[in-house]
Design a protein around this ligand. Structure first.
Ligand code: GRF
Length: 206
């Protein structure tokens, strides 16, 4: 299975995928390209260090947003991938990309969807809201991407307990270590082995 990984930041989720392909925990998978909407994203450095094609595209390079989105789509299309993985990707995913790759785009979100997701819930803000609300359990979710933000069929989730004295930063790191970096590679491995079926708004592992 050939995948494109879309990134915007530090790329720790990308690194987990790279490492687990190398260790054999993810089978039958090749990262064909890493694409970022942030040309300074450290994730691009991680791709280059792993000899993976890395493409940084900035909306500022284009006359308008549509032209930028077309460039992102053309770049992904040129690698003829089977799956698109959003890994710490803060870029708006245009409907035409979602339609073109229907049920072939997955995202990692740092909460147990449908809690703490949707507009404004990304990065550290998620964990700030989690602590503010006083929930006892949070976690991460891998879901398929549809045209509503953080709404598509849920594929995997993993809980993480809140600990006394948690700060947003400490919680974010623990959610990445204990959940994101585990379930995103697991999801890719399941898809690479044809073990996932989507039925309506649900994803099932067979
Ligand atoms: C993390 O908060 C992660 O939960 C979210 O994007 C942020 C950065 O991830 N998906 P990464 O280190 O760039 O993979």
């Amino acid at each position: 299975m050939k995948i494109a990984v879309l990134v915007s930041g530090g790329g720790t989720n990308l690194q987990a995928i790279i490492d687990k392909i190398a260790s054999g925990e993810i089978q039958n998978t090749e990262i064909s390209v890493v694409v970022s909407n942030n040309r300074k994203a450290y994730a691009l450095e991680r791709a280059k260090a792993a000899n993976i094609p890395a493409v940084g595209l900035s909306v500022k390079q284009y006359p308008d947003r549509e032209a930028f989105y077309d460039a992102v789509i053309e770049t992904i299309d040129s690698y003829q991938v089977d799956l698109i993985v959003l890994a710490g990707c803060l870029m708006y995913i245009p409907p035409k990309l979602i339609q073109k790759y229907h049920n072939r785009i997955i995202n990692i979100h740092p909460s147990l969807i449908p809690s703490f997701c949707g507009k404004g819930y990304y990065g550290l803000a998620v964990h700030e809201k989690v602590l503010e609300r006083g929930v006892k359990v949070t976690g991460a979710t891998v879901h398929f991407v549809d045209e509503i933000l953080d709404n598509g069929p849920i594929l995997l989730q993993k809980p993480v307990l809140i600990e006394d004295g948690d700060t947003p930063e400490a919680l974010q790191l623990r959610v990445m270590q204990q959940a994101e970096w585990i379930i995103l590679p697991q999801a890719i491995n399941l898809l690479a082995q044809g073990k996932v079926v989507i039925e309506g708004n649900k994803a099932r592992i067979i």
